[in-house]
Design a protein. Structure first.
Length: 120
């Protein structure tokens, strides 16, 4: 029988940075739900599910000392490292995320940027 399960997403430092940036862009004004278009776009960029992104954002909520909500405990070591580095330094986080989005060809909302034929 064929295994139709999606392979589990292996989070990289770059993925974590873009996810934390999205967390800051959404919180607290927007709910963290799989139906959010930004969450869906980031999931598509990572080739994972929106639910996976939601879980990651909930992990960041648990690491955010300024957030009264609990979030999901048991964040990965990498999530904890990224949160320690960037949670209170949004300027550096946003600069790093902008660089990554440019490298990966994503717009501000994590959608692929259409490239013109013949452009570098």
């Amino acid at each position: 029988m064929a295994d139709n399960k999606k392979q589990r997403h292996r989070w990289t430092r770059e993925d974590e940075i873009l996810s934390l940036e999205l967390y800051h862009r959404l919180a607290p004004k927007e709910e963290i739900k799989a139906t959010n278009p930004k969450i869906q776009a980031l999931a598509q960029a990572f080739k994972t599910t929106p639910a996976s992104i939601v879980l990651k954002l909930q992990n960041y909520r648990s690491l955010d000392k300024s957030c009264p909500d609990k979030g999901l405990v048991n964040a990965s070591r990498l999530s904890q490292e990224i949160a320690a580095e960037f949670m209170t330094n949004r300027t550096a986080l946003f600069q790093q995320a902008d660089t990554l989005k440019q490298q990966y060809g994503l717009d501000a909302d994590y959608r692929p940027v259409a490239r013109m034929v013949g452009s570098a």
